[in-house]
Each structure stands twice: as structure tokens, then as C-alpha cells.
Design a protein around this ligand. Sequence first.
Ligand SMILES: *Cc1c(COP(=O)(O)O)cnc(C)c1O
Length: 450
Amino acid sequence: MKTILIEGKTVEDWKKEYPLLNELIATKEVFWTNPKHELFHSGIKKTALNEKDVKDAEERLKRFAPYIAKVFPETRKSDGIIESPIVKIPSMKQQLEQIHDLHVSGEFLLKCDSHLPISGSIKARGGIYEVLKTAEQLLIEQQMLTLKDDYSIIDDEKFRNFLSKYSISVGSTGNLGLSIGIMSAKMGFSVTVHMSADAKQWKKDLLRSKGVKVIEYKEDYSKAVEEGRKQANSQPNCHFIDDENSSDLFLGYTVAASRLKKQLEDLNITVDEDHPLFVYLPCGVGGGPGGVAFGLKLIFQDHVHCFFAEPTHSPCMLLGLVTGLHDKVSVQDLGIDNLTAADGLAVGRPSRFVGQTIEPFLSGSYTVSDTEMYKLLSAMIDTENIRLEPSALASVFGPIQLFKEQEGKEYLKKHDLEGKMKNATHIMWATGGSMVPNEVMEEYYKKGLE
Ligand SMILES: *Cc1c(COP(=O)(O)O)cnc(C)c1O
């Protein structure tokens, strides 16, 4: 039998070097703190992106707001700004503490990207942003639009006709396809979504009903992206939204941070030296959680502690970070199957761009079993009456792991946080769920009760 080599070494060699891999391969729940995490001011020198890039994305979304408000009436009450609510979840906290027989200091908040308008997931940030940026560039080049215009003029047959000569294409496990498909179709683009086997039927049906071309694959996300990229490259006038490498997509996500800052101020929640902020972000290929975490670090610097969450069967970003291999390794290389109920996180190979960008800033990462995600899903409905898709629940396990696991306790000690945890805020990023059909949600709920 031929031995698989990963960057010249066998899996056995890699396991010897990084014993955590044994637990990952056994699909155990793990908690890992990042040895490359450093102080903000030294970490920021290592990245190509900065505050100016984030500001630019923020300004672009403001320019588009009048258009968004016009074509998506559900965004009118926020004047065309696509933003989600943040809510306190004290009953869920109590329930978690009871189940795990553990006291967690600090307040629990849920950031409900599940309820973002237009496409009901975190992808309504990055995905929609990149479509808008692409359209803006084309329209400005064509002198159909200037930066000073009221962008609501884009809602017009003339603009849709022009954009219909261009196509947009993307590979997705479901939610990115939803965001990009809905937005592109609305603007008049011809749009193709390459869907991995994980993608839920209702997501494909919804897209087709909006005139989006959906191509299905029997393989996982990496294959859908690869095929999408290949087909897009062979077509003229086609923009491929590259979830594995796109800095535009990433920047669309970063804008969440300044919006969150304002929401915390409105709730009279302080974040400073004595009031640490912990944020738990479900991670697939990395762009969503990476972009949000990067934006948060720019604002709150060393006072915010960001953790990624992945399914035990798809721990791609963790694997890439632990080994430093990033996209040179997939979970399948280690014999992990990448099969999970958390379809938004079913990714076997992480983004190198995101892994390298986030490496100096990320506090750590952990994995969650599907069973745990389902249990949390039902508990969130029972205690707070909030309906989320399985992926989103990976975030909710974070504070438990931080307080329960030895590495978590050591993290708090090392950063001199133990005495400050009573003033801490824990934000679980609920990345999707409001568009899940009732009958599908009912099934999820029942699974969680079992
Ligand atoms: C896509 C997605 C994520 C993770 O985002 P990535 O950019 O793939 O890391 C998390 N939760 C849900 C529900 C998603 O759809």
C-alpha cells in the first residue's frame, strides 16, 4: 500500500509532532489555544489588510443602502443597511450551566446573523458585498454610475439589461450560494451556483425559483469550488467569487465589527482592559469568522478574544493552523470524513489566505460534535425561542469549553483574566437559521431532544 505523504511527511510523523492530531482523527471534541497568538500591535504588522480597507467596504455598503432599501423592503427600517440584532440569552446560559454543572462568569449575548435580512445567514455580509462591489466597478467603468449618485437609480431596466451581459459564479455548501444567488439575480446578473453534496434541498429550490442556475455535485465543497472556478475561467465576462481566496468577501464580513461596537454601546456594555470580550465564531473555510474576528481586533485590539468553532468531522481550519499547513492539508488526508449535519461548516480544506491573516489574532479554536449541536439547537428553542441551523450552535459551546478545559483555564490565567471574568461579555455568533423551512426545523428540534 502506498503511504500518503503530506508535505514530505507521513501522517504518523505529523501526529508525533502535533499530538492533538490524534484527538482530531478520533473526532473527539477538542479545545486548542493558539501558540502564535500575539499582541495586537505586533500582529497587525504582519497583515496586508488594514482599517482603511474596512472603512472602504463600510462606505461602499452605505452608498448601496438606498438601492438595497428600495429592492429589499425588509431592509427599509434599517435604511438599507443589512444588519442583525444582538440579544441577551440568560435562560440559555442557565440551562448550559445546569447541564454541564459549571459556573461560567460573564454575560451571554447572541449575535443573530441568523436573522440578517435577504438571506438569513452570515453570508449576507461577505457574499452580498462582493456582488455589489463587482456591479459598482462595472457600472462606473461604463459611466452609468458615479460615486456621488443616489444608488437607488440602479433599480432600473437599463441597469439590469447591462448587468445581464455579465455573469457571477460561486461554489458553496448552501448559504453563500443563497446570498450571492439572490443578490446577483436581483441586480440582473446571470448567476450560477455550484453546490456541494451537503447543500440542503430547500436552498437549491429557493435559488432555482429566483432564476439562479444551480449545478449539483456529488462531492464536497472543495470540489464544487474547483469546478466553479474552472468553468468561470473559461467564460468571458464571468466573475468567480472565490470563497477560498477573496479579500473582498473577507472585507464584507469585517464591517460587522463597527456595527457591533455601536450595538454594545447601546446596551451599555463596556469593553476595555477590565471588561474582556469573548467572541465564538463557527468556521467553515474561514472567511466569515476570519473577517468578523479581524474587524473586531482592529477595534477592540487586546480586549477581544476570538475563538473559532468547527464540527468534529470537519476541523479543517484547526488542522491547518495547528500544523501550519493551511490549505496544503485536508481533513480527508487524515482520514476524517467531513460529514456533518452542520452544512455551513462542512469544509475539508481551509483558506490559506484567511489562516495566515488570522494567525496572529486568533485566541484559539475548538470542535463540537453534531450531537452537541443538535442538543444546543433544541435548548435554544426551549429557553429563548430562537431558531438556528445546526452550524450556528457551534458557537454556543465556546464558553463551556473555555471554562471546562484545562487549556481554557490556562488561557485565562496567562492573560490575567481570571479576576476580570465577572465583567466579561461572551458573544456567540449565531451564523444562520431564519430561512430554514418549518418542517426542516421541526426535524432538527426532535433530533436534539433525543
Ligand atoms: C458559511 C457559514 C459559516 C462559516 O463561514 P466560512 O466563511 O465558511 O468560514 C458559519 N455558519 C454558517 C451558517 C454558514 O453558512
